[in-house]
Design a protein around this ligand. Structure first.
Ligand SMILES: [Zn+2]
Length: 403
């Protein structure tokens, strides 16, 4: 793990909390050794986490010099966070505890092409209903994380795109949901959120890239447990790197973008041109549902469906080689609800392509994994973003325990 000296600007409290989550019953000395932080800095960080009620002492262990070390553990029940991931075709919400464990999950009706002033109050209703199901009072909730597509203004909590309808561009998304629920709302890129979700439920020191696929394709990068966001949190738009310089112009302005060539909507368009396949699979409804139907058919051995998924996978493979070559990661994780049915085909195919084509393959291998829960990872990560925003806030010193 990278050393967390102050000059690295790694958010100390989040890193320490992640380690305590991973190694329950850890001592301050072990935390200092694992992070490279000084004892004094670690003592200060742990004191803050205890004051917030997030961490408590759970006993002692004998140490070599005779002074017993006090052991620390997370208090998962200390607070809850809500995460919602949505795009035009899908919306999923979760309530998680401080350990990132899902208490309640819900699929919400997708926004479709409805305007935000219809969809956002509906989200607020689902949030209230999830809290009721979890038996959680709003006073126990830190806030709501909203994971969605870009481009977005993360600080202002608004989308900068007229997708799925013109009313969404510049709509005060975070502010409106916050007003309707009485909870703080944070916005995050969906692929980045998926990376944070995978990280939270896995190793605290992990570094990996995420390829995220829902209505479209995106990607994210986690380095030692923290996301690389770029200058405006709109980085790593894998779906809008060109895989065909002579290809069609994309709505983003680039030519032959991965998403327009091989994304779920492109696959569905190709599938619908095949009348036999369309009839066999009953295509023609919701386009993400149609993509999943093609994926299921491919997994079940339908040759026409398999050819479409194979073609999409190969093009995604070319783009993923680029992603790995740029950032030299040792692991790529696939997440997003478009991987629910054909995820194994993408995983195995991408693994083979990376094995054969990555620049540094003679130096180290690159493993491709499916996220444990492809359809929820981004929602879980969005919920954790709320916690991280609090821990990384400059005003944290003024804050007492959550309840
Ligand atoms: Zn594009």
């Amino acid at each position: 793990m990278r050393s967390f000296g102050s000059e690295t600007r790694v958010p100390t409290l989040s890193a320490v909390l992640d380690l305590i989550r991973e190694r329950s019953g850890v001592s301050r000395v072990e935390l200092a050794e694992a992070t490279g932080l000084t004892q004094a800095t670690m003592t200060h960080a742990v004191r803050k986490l205890i004051a917030l009620g997030f961490v408590h002492e759970v006993g002692t262990a004998a140490s070599g010099r005779g002074t017993p070390r006090r052991l620390l553990a997370l208090r998962p029940e200390a607070c809850r966070m809500i995460g919602v991931q949505f795009d035009r075709f899908a919306a999923v919400g979760v309530v998680v505890d401080l350990a990132g464990r899902v208490m309640v999950q819900r699929a919400f009706p997708a926004p479709g092409e409805r305007p935000p002033d219809e969809v956002v109050p509906e989200f607020a209703g689902h949030v209230r209903s999830m809290l009721e199901s979890a038996g959680v009072a709003p006073s126990e909730v830190l806030g709501i994380g909203l994971a969605t597509y870009g481009p977005q203004d993360r600080d202002e909590g608004v989308l900068l795109t007229p997708q799925p309808s013109p009313e969404w561009r510049g709509y005060p998304l975070a502010a409106t949901l916050s007003e309707a629920t009485g909870l703080p709302v944070a916005v995050e890129n969906d692929a980045t959120a998926a990376g944070i979700g995978v990280h939270t439920l896995g190793s605290a020191s992990s570094s990996f890239a995420v390829v995220f696929m829902s209505g479209g394709i995106g990607s994210g990068l986690i380095l030692d447990g923290f996301p690389y966001r770029g200058v405006t949190s709109n980085g790593l738009e894998l779906g809008h790197i060109s895989v065909d310089a002579a290809g069609a112009r994309c709505s983003c302005g680039n030519w032959g973008c991965l998403d327009t060539v091989a994304g779920p909507m492109a696959v569905v368009e190709q599938a619908r041109r095949d009348r036999e396949l369309t009839a066999r699979l009953g295509l023609g409804g919701d386009r993400l549902a149609d993509f999943k139907a093609v994926g299921r058919a491919a997994a079940a051995g339908d040759a026409a469906a398999a050819a479409l998924i194979e073609s999409s996978m190969r093009t995604m493979g070319v783009a993923t080689v680029t992603l790995v070559n740029l950032f030299d990661v040792g692991r790529v994780v696939l997440a997003g609800n478009a991987f629910t049915d054909a995820g194994a085909i993408y995983r195995d195919g991408l693994q083979q392509i990376l094995n054969e084509a990555v620049f540094m393959r003679h130096v180290h291998s690159v493993r491709v994994d499916l996220a444990d829960d492809v359809s929820r990872a981004a929602a879980v990560g969005a919920a954790i973003v709320v916690l991280r925003n609090l821990l990384e806030s400059p005003n944290l010193g003024d804050r007492a325990a959550v309840r």
